[in-house]
Write a protein that binds this ligand. Structure first.
Ligand code: SAM
Length: 393
């Protein structure tokens, strides 16, 4: 029997349970828990989380290890979903792992547990995060870990070229490279043509330098919509790092009861030749390939991919809704292709829904459109239009 078959697979639920990290479906449960662990720190944290006060959330959160782990309950479902996904990546057999922005080391310590033969490095610019991470690895009796306080930009001064065969970043590049602007767009391909990337690809060239030729860079960043993912893929490509779209995924979880989704992007130095547009469609339609048939109905990114796949179309009619005191604008339109009728409802902030009907089914199309409008019509004035030229902007 090899060492590998003898070794007991570590259990992720047990990992969270042993650290006392709980899954709360409401803010009430979360605040009760953190207050029980440390009432003084909980009181300091609340105005920082609710943005009523400015200050470093990390400083308060990482004041002590028990409190830091209690606060983890906020993101437990996200972290668990991400780590569960990592667990399924059987092709990964890393020898040297880098966790960027490791914070209290919760994820880093799992990588060290999952890959006991690997040498695992966690870096973070915040010293109390690194202190907590060291304490956590001692508590877990892990010996293949190395935590260092370091700014991301200084990595190349500390590690040689091709040093890591697995680099991971979770929710930290919006802090390293600056936040992504909230994208407002009616058409994803048009938006990406005008805004192909964000930030400075020199940051990502650091990853290219550190990664072995056949190494993997896994990122689970704050990429809230397909436009952000497209910009991320393009900026990675500028640094000669290529998204492996077939191996990337979208994980689902909840944050204190609110359903959420995040892309996990697997990148290597191998250029697949797949365009970002095709890659995005692959990612967002995984497990549900688009069929352009009568009766098909799509929501979210899938609706937009289906709409664009339908090719040439002519405009029939539209209704515009302007949500007062908000950035939200909506269009409810009927379009025609040679043999299909389409009801496409879409917003400038990402809302998408498409119904595919048989040609000539105008009455059904009107009904579907009226239903779609009814969901939002109380939110602002609506303006009908009969041609694209008349459409309000
Ligand atoms: C939102 S937290 C995410 C922590 C952890 N990866 C997770 O998912 O729980 C972002 C972390 O990135 C770290 N960070 C931000 N900018 C950094 C930089 N330039 N260099 C190193 N770490 C940085 C912060 O200190 C913080 O711990």
């Amino acid at each position: 029997m090899t060492n590998e078959t003898k070794r007991k697979k570590p259990s992720l639920p047990a990992y969270f349970k042993n650290l006392g990290i709980k899954d709360y479906k409401s803010e009430r449960g979360f605040w009760k828990h953190v207050t029980e662990v440390d009432p003084i720190l909980a009181k300091e944290l609340e105005p920082l989380i609710s943005r009523q006060k400015q200050g470093s959330l990390y400083d308060v959160k990482n004041n002590s290890l028990p409190f830091s782990l209690a606060v983890e309950s906020w993101t437990m479902s996200f972290h668990k979903a991400f780590l569960q996904w990592v667990n399924t990546q059987r092709q990964l057999r890393p020898q040297r792992i880098l966790d960027i922005g490791c914070d209290n080391g919760l994820l880093t310590c799992w990588y060290a547990t999952l890959f006991p033969e690997a040498e695992v490095f966690g870096i973070d610019q915040a010293s109390n995060g690194i202190q907590r991470a060291k304490e956590l690895s001692n508590q877990l009796d892990l010996h293949n870990l190395n935590f260092q306080k370091m700014d991301f930009s200084d990595l190349i001064e500390h590690f040689s070229e091709n040093f890591f065969d697995l680099i991971i970043s979770v929710r930290c590049f919006h802090e390293i490279m600056g936040p992504l602007p909230i994208p407002q767009y009616w058409s994803l391909p048009d938006y990406l043509e005008k805004n192909p990337t964000f930030g400075d690809s020199n940051f990502l060239r650091i990853l290219h330098y550190l990664l072995t030729e056949d190494g993997t860079y896994l990122s689970c960043e704050r990429l809230d919509n397909p436009a952000d993912v497209g910009k991320w893929a393009n900026v990675l490509e500028e640094a000669n790092l290529y998204v492996q779209w077939e191996k990337s995924d979208v994980i689902t979880y909840h944050e204190l009861g609110i359903h959420k989704r995040s892309p996990v992007i697997l990148t290597t130095k191998r250029n697949t030749g797949m365009t970002t547009w095709d890659g995005l469609e692959h990612l967002y339609t995984k497990g549900k390939p688009i069929t352009l048939e009568v009766g098909s109905s799509y929501s979210g990114a899938q609706a937009e991919f289906a709409y664009h796949r339908l090719g040439e179309k002519s405009f029939n009619s539209g209704v515009f809704l302007n949500m007062k005191d908000h950035w939200y604008l909506f269009r409810f339109e009927i379009w025609e292709t040679r043999d299909l009728l389409l009801v496409y409802s879409y917003g400038n902030m990402g809302h998408r829904h498409l119904d595919i009907l048989p040609t000539g089914a105008y009455e059904e199309a009107q009904l579907l459109r009226d239903e779609a409008i009814a969901q939002f019509s109380h939110l602002g004035p609506i303006t009908p239009y009969d041609s694209i030229e008349e459409r309000p902007e």
